[in-house]
Design a protein around this ligand. Structure first.
Ligand code: MGD
Ligand code: MGD
Ligand code: MO
Length: 656
């Protein structure tokens, strides 16, 4: 077990269960830990009802584990309160795509990115965050596709682009609307697709009318000429891929942002055809799969609506249970419910909310209010340090059999390559051991048995046996039967001349501009946006344990102009304060930043806790927090203050 004052970078694999006694965690046997975990769950539910329980399921673990985690929540605990880190990243993409097309997956495949004429990367830095996808982008570029990048920072992805549109943070809707207006005024809208596949065009036309190129330039900071160029390039391209990530979704109006981008595809017919589509690049290795398995509060496996009585009836018959006929709480709502004393017991499998949620103090206070916190992880995270019971798990991606689903909806088999450290147990095994103690003696199923159960309940997965997944090196959903394969792209139906075959048309999203909640003023004049670097991963738990010449710790990235104005030298430690808290951090001066904009990651929370600065304003539909827009002030600090606070200057990181 790690000592309390461990240095950053010393996370060690958990090998023994821990239980809290007299305020401290101490090693325990598996039996004792499982008994304690189960007893705490039953106590909460017996006293306060099933909705006093919540589950955060692991977006890094297999589909099979996520299927079992949501089944545990619904069958054993009797609630729909199950969610994951999808809430902190792409829930708005799922909500926006579902509103338009009825299902929340990306519409294209990676291969189509290599076989297209235009690629727009909007609010994403795939060179760092999706390097494999970026290889497909580069292949597309080498074959002649043009690449546009829309990002406040001139990222390393942008450095490969034909054109970089450096917009002000939180002005994506004005930019998208101006592009839409320009396409309409230039007569480049796709009338056939609009007529067949969409509704609400007239309303959309009126909505975007005020966003002239000049008005958009004033709001977004992007030169009118660049907006015009992207509008014409997108509308006249034979095929085009529009890809986005967190620059779009980590905002208080994120679902609206997503809808504003989808509108552009509806306007031009860049969806439902080979080579044309919409790709939200998902975050964690299996966050797409976790949602597909039903580890979300409003859907059962296969994206089936929990509010539909026929859907529920099928699952109830298979599981011999009753499913609550309403949506459960999202991760965001579960945290709020802890404050209100409604949520009493939380089971966290492979998430680290203490360091990934905004406003650390609030998250910690809420977790401490729980009667019972169980954390099942491969490391002793800060979240685990607050737990009543800690259960050591095996790592899904190399120590378990199962399947993962990537951003292009491709389900792929993974095979166990390593044994877990002695003492750690498979996530599914642990879930079954707990279920047994809670009156559901589930025989521990193999991964393939879990998968076959899922296939029997989810039509879009039905045709994907393990044998077939192995033979074909993965299959994209939907796959309705064992002897068919569907096209690699979705929604071709919208092009059909036959209204019946076309089904429900896609509505244009009527969404207005709403600037970031945390306003800039004289006290907080800088816009802080947060995100990722290539060589580190999320809260650092999985990456802080190795050393690499590339890993250089946290920095505040700032433009040469602002650094000059503030008199800051490279590597100098500054105090950064938002309306919620303040941190000390060394500066990295880089021309990739625009004036007024600064950037930090959240990869090194033990060195610099970025979440003291972030704001928990959330999107009302998806529940995602506005990690991408805080207002901050930057102050020089004297050496005395720096050493008193214990911050060591560290080497700086180059371009983002
Ligand atoms: N190396 C590495 N890879 C990862 C991860 C990691 O931690 N490390 N994490 C994984 C996860 S969980 C996820 S969700 C993905 C995230 O992948 P990305 O979304 O690509 O990563 P981020 O760096 O968070 O944000 C992307 C970009 O959004 C831009 N941005 C900020 N504000 C705005 C805005 O208002 N508008 C626009 N248009 N852009 C804006 C930022 O400048 C940044 O370049 O990465 C995954 N891959
Ligand atoms: N400021 C700021 N904050 C952000 C973001 C941002 O851009 N800016 N991005 C947000 C996003 S997109 C995300 S996804 C979240 C990520 O937030 P989290 O998911 O809370 O953070 P991770 O560091 O990815 O934590 C993953 C945990 O899973 C454990 N784990 C890995 N594999 C397994 C397994 O097989 N089984 C079990 N049981 N455990 C396992 C790891 O040890 C680790 O503790 O952070 C969010 N927070
Ligand atoms: Mo994510």
């Amino acid at each position: 077990m790690r000592s309390k004052d461990y240095p950053p970078g010393s996370y060690e694999r958990l090998t023994r269960p821990l239980v809290r006694e007299n305020g401290e965690l101490r090693p325990a046997s598996w039996d004792e830990a499982l008994d304690r975990a189960a007893a705490g769950f039953s106590a909460a539910v017996d006293t306060h009802g099933p909705n006093a329980f919540g589950m955060l399921s692991c977006a890094r673990a297999t589909n099979e584990m996520n299927f079992m985690a949501q089944k545990f929540t619904r069958v054993v605990m009797g609630t729909n309160n199950v969610d994951s880190c999808n809430r902190t990243c792409h829930a708005p993409s799922v909500a926006g795509l579902a509103a338009a097309f009825g299902s929340g997956g990306g519409t294209s495949s990676y291969a189509e990115v290599e076989d297209t004429d235009l690629i727009v990367v909007w609010g994403g830095n795939p060179r760092f965050a999706h390097p494999i996808f970026f290889q497909h982008v580069l292949k597309g570029v080498h074959r002649g596709a043009r690449l546009f990048v829309v990002d406040p920072r001139r990222t390393s992805s942008a450095q490969w682009a034909d054109r970089w549109l450096g917009l002000n943070v939180g002005t994506d809707i004005p930019l998208a609307h101006a592009i839409g207006r320009e396409i309409i005024h230039a007569g480049l809208a796709n009338d056939t697709f609009i007529r067949r596949g969409t509704t609400g065009f007239e309303e959309y036309r009126e909505l975007v009318e005020p966003w002239t190129l000049a008005a958009a330039e004033a709001e977004t900071g992007v030169p009118a000429e660049a907006i015009r160029e992207l509008a014409h390039a997108y509308a006249t391209a034979e095929r085009a891929q529009l890809c986005w990530t967190l620059g779009i979704t980590e905002h208080h109006n994120a679902t609206d942002n997503v809808k504003a981008l989808i509108n552009l595809s509806l306007l031009t017919g860049h969806v439902g055809r080979h080579g044309s589509g919409l790709q939200p690049l998902r975050g964690q290795n299996n966050v797409q799969g976790g949602g597909d398995m039903g580890a979300i509060p409003d859907r059962l496996a296969g994206f089936q609506d929990i509010l539909d009585p026929q859907v529920r009836a099928r699952f109830e018959a298979a599981w011999d249970t009753t499913i609550q006929p309403h949506k459960g709480k999202t991760l965001t709502q579960m945290f709020e419910a802890m404050d209100e004393g409604e949520l009493k017991a939380l089971y966290v499998i492979g998430e680290n909310p203490v360091q990934s949620e905004p406003e650390t103090h609030t998250t910690t206070r809420r977790l401490k209010r729980l009667d019972h916190l169980v954390v099942q992880d491969i490391f002793l995270t800060r979240t685990a340090e607050l737990a009543d019971v800690v259960l050591p798990a095996s790592a899904s991606w190399c120590e378990s059999d199962g399947t993962f689903t990537n951003s292009e909806r491709r389900v792929q088999l993974v095979r166990k390559a390593l044994d877990p450290p002695p003492g750690a147990r498979d996530d599914i095994e642990i879930l079954c051991d707990l279920a047994e103690r809670l009156g559901h003696p589930w025989r521990r199923p193999s991964a393939e048995e879990v998968w076959d159960e899922l296939r029997s309940l989810s039509p879009i997965h039905r045709g994907m046996s393990y044998r077939r997944l192995e033979e074909l090196h993965g299959i994209q959903w939907p796959c309705y039967s064992e002897d068919t394969l569907e096209p690699s792209y979705l929604h071709a139906r919208l092009w059909s001349e036959d209204p019946e075959e076309r089904g429900r048309p896609a509505p244009f999203g009527i969404v207005g501009h709403s600037p970031p909640v945390d306003l800039l003023d004289d006290d907080y004049p800088f816009r802080l946006t947060t995100g990722r670097r290539l060589d580190d991963y999320n809260t650092g738990v999985q990456t802080s344990g190795f050393s690499s010449p590339l890993r250089r710790g946290e920095t505040l990235d700032i433009s040469p102009e602002d650094a000059g104005r503030l008199g800051l030298a490279e590597g100098e430690v500054v105090r950064v304060s938002s309306r919620r808290g303040s941190v000390l951090v060394p500066v990295a001066i880089t021309p990739a930043m625009r004036e007024g904009l600064v950037f930090m990651t959240f990869h090194f929370p033990d060195q610099v806790d970025t979440q003291l600065l972030t704001i928990d304003a959330t999107d009302p539909i998806a529940g995602t927090a506005e990690y991408k827009a805080a207002a901050v002030r930057i102050e020089k600090v004297g050496d005395a203050e720096r050493s008193a606070a214990g911050a060591a200057p560290v080497a700086v990181h180059a371009a983002p």
